[in-house]
Design a protein around this ligand. Structure first.
Ligand code: PHE
Length: 351
């Protein structure tokens, strides 16, 4: 093939390629002209070696030109075919603009989350900062640092889920699902110096046969205040202010002696019933008792203070801990704690 013929070949190829009806036709042309084995241009390239050396450069250039023209033609046609296919597809699709849109259902906070935020908000107005802590806890913080050594009878009351220790299964450092938020009292005191005013909402675990008011996974809020001149009166005033903000400005509170190993003295606090104010013997909220048990509390035990390096002759403080679900149940009228955790949207979306 001479240089002339190569130009003619490229012309013919370009015309053929421009007319290729589809991808298959295009591929056939590619093979016919550029194919490694029998493509017209490979044939021409093979001839190069048999030419007398002076003719080689011109011929080589002609082969190259032809190749570039054919490649460009292939590319152009390929793009054109692709555009046409897309246009066809779009032309066939039809959007029905008259269809009503799918309803977007906005989520909301779970009633327990709402209650935790409410508790945090109220204590914030009393100067308490909200902090959080680990749900999986060392035996030390959950029990020992709170005056509950191994074998102490209080451990019976707080049976829980024990977890095999991922840090080497060291039996001397057992870990568990915390049974209350009180371990955070110790963690905070270890970390900070007085004055301290914190509230800690969070999930707790207990080995429990569940019923309408007990779950093995539940939430508590813990409060801790440490300073130089705190007394039981401050504890009482704080919880009184809290009760009135949660359940209304007419609330009264009742303190009764109780026992916790980590507070001395210890008390149980109850709010007078906001539903019947003690007047309905069949009240569905207080059961006719007139009082609703709300939290355990007391003055932080001097041994607990000593253990974190505080001087109990200089610092005192109070702590309290109550159930979040209890508050949520009272506020929403929920008859059963388990309703919060069955995740039935029909129930949860009422709040
Ligand atoms: N942690 C105790 C409980 O779960 C409640 C409590 C907290 C009591 C703080 C005293 C002080 O029952």
């Amino acid at each position: 093939m001479a240089g002339q013929d190569l130009k003619a070949l490229a012309d013919r190829a370009a015309t053929e390629i421009a007319a290729a009806a589809d991808e298959a036709a295009l591929e056939a042309s590619r093979v016919r002209y550029l194919g490694r084995k029998e493509g017209a241009l490979s044939e021409a390239t093979k001839k190069l070696a048999s030419l007398p050396p002076p003719e080689r450069p011109a011929y080589g250039a002609a082969v190259n030109d032809a190749k570039i023209r054919i490649e460009k033609a292939l590319e152009a046609r390929e793009a054109a075919l692709r555009d046409a296919a897309l246009a066809r597809e779009l032309g066939q699709e039809r959007e029905d603009l008259s269809l009503p849109p799918r309803r977007v259902r906005l989520g909301r906070l779970h009633p327990i989350s709402q209650t935790m935020r409410e508790v945090s908000r109220i204590f914030a107005t009393l100067g308490f900062e909200t902090v959080e802590g680990p749900e999986i806890e060392w035996d030390y913080y959950n029990f020992e640092a709170l005056n509950i050594p191994p074998g102490h009878p209080a451990r019976e009351k707080w049976q829980t889920l024990w977890i095999s220790n991922p840090l080497g299964d060291d039996p001397s450092r057992p870990i568990l699902g915390r049974t209350h938020t009180s371990p955070m009292q110790v963690r905070i005191m270890e970390e900070r110096r007085p004055p301290i005013r914190v509230v800690i909402p969070g999930r707790c675990y207990r080995y429990e046969a569940t019923d309408a008011i007990r779950e093995s996974i539940f939430f508590q809020y813990e409060g801790l205040a440490i300073d130089e001149k705190l007394t039981m009166a401050d504890l009482k005033g704080t919880l009184y202010a809290f009760a009135r903000q949660v359940f209304g400005s007419d609330r009264k509170i009742r303190f009764r002696v109780d026992y916790f190993p980590f507070t001395e003295p210890s008390a149980e606090i109850a709010f007078d019933c906001f539903a019947c104010e003690g007047k309905d013997p069949n009240c569905h909220v207080c059961g006719g008792d007139g009082w609703i048990e709300a939290a355990g509390c007391g003055m932080v035990h001097p041994d607990v203070l000593r253990r974190v390096g505080y001087d109990p002759t200089r610092y005192q403080g109070f702590a309290f801990g109550g159930g979040i679900e209890r508050i949520a149940m009272l506020k929403t009228g929920a008859p059963d704690i388990r309703l919060f955790y069955q995740n039935d949207i029909r129930y949860l979306e009422q709040f």
